[in-house]
Design a protein around this ligand. Sequence first.
Ligand code: GLV
Ligand code: MG
Length: 319
Amino acid sequence: MPDGRSATGSSDSINRLRPRRSCLAVPGSNPRFLEKAQGLPADQVFLDLEDACAPLAKPEARHTIVKFLNEGDWTGKTRVVRVNDWTTEWTYRDVVTVVEGAGQNLDCIMLPKVQDAQQIVALDLLLTQIEKTMGFEVGKIGIEAQIENAKGLVNVDDIAAASPRVETIIFGPADFMASINMKSLVVGEQPPGYPADAYHYILMRILMAARTHNLQAIDGPYLQIRNQEGYREVAQRAAALGFDGKWVLHPDQVAAANEIFSPSQEDFDHAELILDAYEYYTSEAGGKKGSAMLGDEMIDEASRKMALVISGKGRAAGM
Ligand code: GLV
Ligand code: MG
């Protein structure tokens, strides 16, 4: 990759911008699904201790997750565990059991229903304690913050800035729709009676907070798992705005997410040509010309930045 072609260029030793086009939800209490998930081409898996795990199954699921993180083959995948939110009695034991038991084989903790920055700070402090106690690198485990209610959205800027561990802001449409009394039961679909996109403000609000703090923005689940067209439509809506990925609840949704959150080959090739043209323009040989041109297209600093985004996403997708 030519120098300077990273859109974000983080110099941190910990790369917080991990691949997340497809984020596969796997119930932490189901060994069969935990086995199968390892063979699917999802960029991220998250092993769930929250809503996909019944209350009575949670204590055992913590240990099942530790075992699968340590013994499974998750090569090439971002490994995440979703714990229960801080208003429950389960959160601290979820974090302690999973991180003490499998912290070396875990990339992030996902915290659902985040309402304010303090909830992120509390998780950060707990992770630091465990990392120190266990002799793990301090700060290595990232945090994924789910925005699932009105209060979380109102505080999303503070949440995004609350800790250097935060890697993504995730929209949780199901809980969010319930939290604001949206008049619909079909998660991710438009509520009947509203003539425009009822999610536009929410998605943009999350995206602005994420981009302000150099984080990724991820769209949540689409529950009609047999409706591939519906999934694609909702995923394309988020991808078009600039989101980095979306949850998948079923193996059939993985390929669609990987495709939709990657640039097309045509866009990727075009972006590379723009970057070549710009490099020539700023070089000793080409710098005498008034402006950079690619055929009839004028290239300026802003078009270079747009090309860097497409090129960066394409390279992350292995193009
Ligand atoms: C995900 O957790 C959601 O509530 O949509
Ligand atoms: Mg939820």
